[in-house]
Write a protein that binds this ligand. Structure first.
Ligand code: NAD
Ligand code: ZN
Length: 371
């Protein structure tokens, strides 16, 4: 792929269709891209202090050049912004800007900002349009596409939310250069996930390119974002509101959310780090149940180890975790039905599958050995 080229991936959802534009330098074109869709809109930008300090000037210059009026609400970085308080503050600020139904919210930041601003846009005046400008690798490959928005509740992460699709996603690969390596590794977990779900060739590509992606090489990142967005778009188009196949995107996530809940959401364990471990564990548990071969599970773990993930839960921050607590978190998962556990497991690399009514005795024994 020519790294100077902006490529576009369509997300075909009928009246809610939109494009994901991918490539370096897109931020400088944000104004003209947005003006082409909404020439008369006023913009309410939601960002965090880190992103705003690093890249706010570039976005402002681009919007100024396009003659688009804007105001910005800037929150503190971190998961804590995805809260009732954070939602209220953002909604009140956007209303204070005088935004109307025909105006636009811009989510400018990582997945936290995308989830929070997207939710705010979805409920403000019963729903106004929004544009995602994702600035983390995780947000570019995953959270900015698909329309899931949410805040966290005492009862768990992402428990309060709605589906609200953006009208445009602008993924500027050059913006990722300022991202700490640890955050890029976290994003890589969600990239290799697409290979593990249904694309063994992409899994192999990810293994070969792990170092370049995590080091932040623009061409590797652009290619990884393009492939990931196309993979996610395919799944979302087939199952927008997660009645079936979209659940596969949660590979490793039931384990991951349980680890995150035990580690606390203070930055000690990043979501992508938890997902890296969770996917390795999902494959090991699949092998234990006889669903997939031990060789495949070992290969997945080796790939994640080589990329720098901790794949043994007992070595994660704050470990060892309580097995009872882990199981309680897994039962509280949104996929659980009538208290019966649902996990995304695998029949092999590139063959993820939804398993309902998971044998809790076997899971408990497995967790006890691994954690
Ligand atoms: N909606 C979905 O489908 C979906 C999918 C996956 C994850 N999520 C959510 O996404 C969130 C995690 O997103 P995240 O990993 O992007 O975290 P994040 O938004 O907290 O960003 C991580 C950190 O990187 C900083 N940052 C962002 N862009 C930067 C840049 N270009 N340079 C330097 N620093 C930068 C941020 O200020 C923050 O401190 C979680 O809340 C998760 O639940 C949502
Ligand atoms: Zn995830």
């Amino acid at each position: 792929m020519n790294p100077d080229q902006v490529t576009r991936a369509p997300v075909n959802l009928g009246a809610r269709s939109y494009e994901v534009a991918i490539g370096p330098g897109l931020l400088a074109r944000a104004g003209s891209e947005i003006a082409a869709l909404k020439p008369k809109a006023r913009l309410g930008i939601v960002s965090d202090t880190t992103v705003w300090a690093l890249h706010g000037a570039a976005l402002r210059a681009s919007l100024d050049a396009a003659g688009l009026p804007y105001q910005a609400v800037i929150v503190s970085p971190g998961e804590a912004a995805k809260s009732w308080d954070g939602l209220r503050d953002v909604c009140e600020a956007l209303l204070g800007f005088g935004l109307e139904r025909g105006d636009l919210v811009i989510a400018f930041g990582g997945g936290v900002i995308g989830d929070l601003a997207g939710f705010a846009a979805g409920v403000l005046k019963r729903g106004i349009d929004f544009v995602q400008i994702p600035t983390t690798l995780l947000a570019q490959v995953d959270s900015s596409v698909g329309g899931k928005t949410a805040i966290d509740a005492a009862g768990g992460k992402n428990m309060i939310g709605l589906f609200h699709q953006p009208i445009l996603v602008l993924a500027d690969s050059a913006v990722l250069a300022t991202l700490p390596e640890r955050e890029r590794r976290a994003g890589y977990a969600e990239i290799i996930k697409y290979g593990l779900i249904d694309d063994p060739a992409f899994f192999a590509w990810c293994r070969e390119n792990a170092a370049a992606i995590i080091a932040g090489e623009t061409s590797a990142n652009t290619a990884a974002v393009m492939a990931s967005v196309q993979a996610k778009a395919r799944v979302v188009v087939a199952d927008e509101r997660e009645g079936g196949a979209r659940a596969l995107l949660n590979l490793g996530h039931t384990f991951a959310h349980a680890y995150e809940s035990e580690a606390g959401f203070d930055g000690g364990l990043l979501h992508g780090e938890a997902v890296g471990c969770g996917m390795a564990q999902a494959f090991l548990f699949s092998a234990r149940l006889g669903l997939c071969s031990a060789a495949d599970a070992a290969e997945v773990r080796a790939a994640l180890d080589a990329a720098g993930f901790i794949t043994a839960p007992h070595r994660l921050p704050g470990a060892p975790y309580s097995i009872d607590q882990l199981i309680a978190h897994m039962r509280a998962d949104k996929k659980a039905e009538a208290g019966r556990l649902t996990l995304i497991l695998a029949r092999g690399i590139g063959a993820a599958t939804v398993v309902k009514g998971v044998d809790e005795t076997a899971l408990r024994a497995f967790l006890t050995e691994e954690t």
